[in-house]
Design a binder for this molecule. Structure first.
Ligand SMILES: Cc1cc2nc3c(=O)[nH]c(=O)nc-3n(C[C@H](O)[C@H](O)[C@H](O)COP(=O)(O)OP(=O)(O)OC[C@H]3O[C@@H](n4cnc5c(N)ncnc54)[C@H](O)[C@@H]3O)c2cc1C
Length: 407
């Protein structure tokens, strides 16, 4: 049976990037998935830490012309409730950065990953579907839909929310749904966006405009499912008017120039993120509503975490419990991100006054307290780093206050 160090199942954004990163670390990788979906009309905002990762893969110079920098992010309370929060604007310059991240259209990003995988000397691309797994003590056998098999020391499930790999590894999931669907579209506008992303919080969910190159932006409009279906069905000129009105004409005249796509919103978290010689990454491991551009950024941290557990190829073999190690190392980050996105989304949906008060008060504090806003921004860009530096500073201060530190 043909042997590869690692089989990556799924060639979406998470699987494609994972295969390239593992191959760059010296592993021989089998990338197994049908041809990637070129009709994905979504865009993905990658934050600074993720961009650093993509840069190391040598892909950044090809991505930059497709993308737009996000220099400021503005949250506007667009609810009609009694308690409305003040507008909060986060500027990357406040934390010494030119941009928090970049917004990249998925379809050309996927095409770029596909051609990089085909060109990589250590990746073998199988345009087939995964069908099953079988295990023995030293390796794992992967069966594909044409009946062919290969063996690998590690199988990475990057095969999306319904992950057949997760099922084959007998890992259960916890799922939940929201009374919401996201309408996704891109539009041209008369006035420049000045690299500002604006998120209107409404009773039905967020309405988020994110800059694209030129006078263009992408939109994720979260609505009640029946309203989302109606929105996606209206003629483009009426839809353009509706988007312009919702944006209070802050970008001038709007022209929607792509057919809208809808995505029902749901949440999912696997009970484990790996087991034995199987690891789950991306939406095979976790999925949540598109708020605050968290999904793929979290998936890239799955890949970075896996790489640091594995180390470069050839130093030590891949341990048989790599999945269990990955599970324990990824648990805190995945569970805390899932819970915070869920909480933020539910706080928007809730008509319960104390919840509205907390949300409004939280945004009020952020709008007036620069150090706290700074902490939030650092935590958003590079999760864990802000809290670590806060701990370091507190330690330094308390050391400075100890009598033995006084000269
Ligand atoms: C509206 C919306 C907006 C979003 N915006 C952002 C954002 O701004 N920033 C951000 O970080 N995240 C965002 N996300 C999340 C982000 O899009 C996903 O995290 C991202 O697409 C990664 O998905 P994935 O690669 O894990 O899974 P998928 O894209 O679902 O890919 C799964 C892959 O597995 C393959 N596959 C499935 N079954 C099999 C099988 N049997 N055999 C082989 N292959 C198989 C599929 O063909 C596909 O290649 C958004 C999500 C939504 C819904």
């Amino acid at each position: 049976m043909e042997h590869h160090d690692i089989a990556v199942i799924g060639a979406g954004l998470a699987g494609g990037l994972c295969a390239l990163a593992l191959a760059d670390a010296g592993y021989r990788v089998a990338l197994i998935a049908p041809q990637s979906n070129t009709s994905d009309g979504r865009t993905t905002a990658l934050m600074d830490q993720s961009i650093g990762f993509v840069e190391k893969l040598g892909l950044w110079s090809s991505i930059v012309p497709l993308s737009s920098a996000l220099s400021s992010m503005r949250i506007i309370d667009g609810t009609t409730r009694l308690l409305r929060a003040p507008t909060v604007t986060f500027h990357a310059a406040e934390v010494g950065l030119e941009a928090f991240g970049h917004n990249i259209p998925n379809a050309p990003f996927l095409a770029l990953l596909e051609s990089a995988a085909l060109a990589h000397p250590r990746i073998t691309r199988f345009e087939k579907s995964f069908q099953g797994l079988s295990f023995d003590e030293s390796t794992t056998a992967v069966t594909m839909d044409d009946g062919s098999t290969l063996s690998a020391d590690l199988v990475v499930g990057a095969d999306g929310r319904r992950s057949p790999v997760r099922e084959a590894a007998k890992i259960d999931v916890h799922r939940w749904s929201y009374p919401q669907a996201a309408v996704v579209l891109n539009f041209a506008h008369q006035l420049p966006h000045r690299n500002i992303s604006t998120e209107f919080h409404t009773e039905d969910g967020p309405f988020t405009q994110v800059p694209l190159p030129g006078n263009r932006s992408s939109l994720v409009w979260v609505r009640k499912p029946e309203e989302a279906a109606q929105t996606a069905a209206v003629p483009l000129d009426a839809l353009s008017m509706a988007v312009e009105q919702r944006m209070q004409s802050m970008l001038g005249k709007v022209t929607v120039d792509t057919a809208p796509q809808t995505f029902p919103l749901s949440g999912m978290v696997a009970n484990r993120f790996g087991k034995g010689r199987t690891v789950l990454i991306g939406e095979a491991a976790h999925a949540f509503p598109p708020i605050g551009a968290q999904g793929l950024n979290l998936s890239l941290r799955d890949i970075m975490g896996l790489l640091s557990l594995l180390g470069p190829a050839g130093v030590e073999g891949i341990p048989a419990d790599i999945g269990d190690r990955h599970d324990s190392s990824r648990r805190p980050d995945i569970l805390s991100r899932t819970a915070s996105v869920d909480l933020l989304n539910r706080s928007l949906l809730s008509g319960f006054l104390p919840v509205q008060m907390l949300r409004a008060a939280g945004l009020q504090v952020l709008s007036s307290a620069a150090p706290l806003r700074n902490l939030m921004m650092r935590e958003g860009i590079s999760p864990g780093s802000a809290l670590q530096s806060l701990r370091r500073n507190l330690r330094k201060r308390s050391a400075g206050n100890r009598p033995d530190a006084i000269r």
